[in-house]
Design a protein around this ligand. Structure first.
Ligand SMILES: *Cc1c(COP(=O)(O)O)cnc(C)c1O
Length: 233
């Protein structure tokens, strides 16, 4: 039952992404990350069955639980939510990607844990390009300097930027947030050549992913549009 629903949703999302790519004149693909938070393990297993291998959670505890249930190597695991430093060890052990690197101290801790584990960790700098005080992440003015410091660390690989757009259906506000993130990535590349290991832009959720793709997203983090509404938590 879950498989059919997810297969259908994934096909529809794929078509919407393709149309957004065409509108933007972009040729490259976009990686869909299925955000399974708030859904049971059966949903994770069904997602894997239909070929969605990149899966994400926003809490370490739920990530640990799902990794334990389906296997560390069964999926490519993405940690997308705010990460406390005392969870850094677990996060580096269970994640292939950390999208929510939002402070220098967290970056140094992740580097130390990854070094201890003997396995570099891939991360994205979370940036606050929405202008909202409540949003986490580096302010755009400090992001380049943060990248300069963090890119010196031997076990932390920064592959790009991540942003969270404001909760709004105002297309202009969403577009501005995403465009600023892309421009910031370009600035990082110009001012610090070689500091970034990739040019990933993790932006776009169920309500705004088409706009994000038009503005250059390479990873979209999708929960509701793939798996339906979550239980209230
Ligand atoms: C929950 C969550 C998502 C997915 O949200 P949907 O609106 O259900 O697609 C994406 N990114 C982060 C950081 C999240 O916490």
């Amino acid at each position: 039952m879950w498989e059919a629903q997810i297969r259908h949703a994934l096909a529809e999302v794929g078509e919407r992404i393709d149309r957004a790519l065409v509108r933007a004149g972009r040729a490259e693909g976009v990686q869909v990350i299925g955000i399974t938070k708030g859904h049971p393990t059966e949903v994770v297993q069904a997602a894997l069955q239909v070929g969605l291998r990149a899966l994400g959670e926003n809490r370490v505890q739920e990530l640990e639980q799902k990794v334990a249930e389906v296997g560390r190597d069964a999926a490519e695991w993405h940690m997308v939510g705010h990460l406390q430093r005392n969870k850094a060890r677990s996060a580096t052990a269970t994640s292939d990607w950390i999208h929510s690197l939002d402070s220098l101290r967290l970056g140094r801790t992740l580097d130390r844990e990854a070094s201890r584990a003997g396995q570099p960790i891939r991360a994205l700098l979370q940036v606050n390009t929405s202008g909202e005080a409540s949003k986490g992440g580096f302010e755009p003015e400090t992001a380049v300097q943060a990248l300069a410091e963090l890119s010196e660390l031997g076990s932390l690989e920064i592959h790009g930027l991540m942003t969270m757009a404001p909760w709004t259906d105002d297309e202009a506000v969403l577009r501005t947030t995403f465009r600023r993130t892309r421009e910031l990535l370009e600035r990082c590349e110009q001012e610090l050549p070689g500091a970034l290991r990739g040019r990933e832009l993790s932006m776009g959720m169920s309500n705004d992913f088409e706009i994000a793709v038009e503005e250059g997203a390479t990873m979209v983090r999708l929960g509701t549009v793939l798996f339906g509404e979550r239980e209230q938590r």
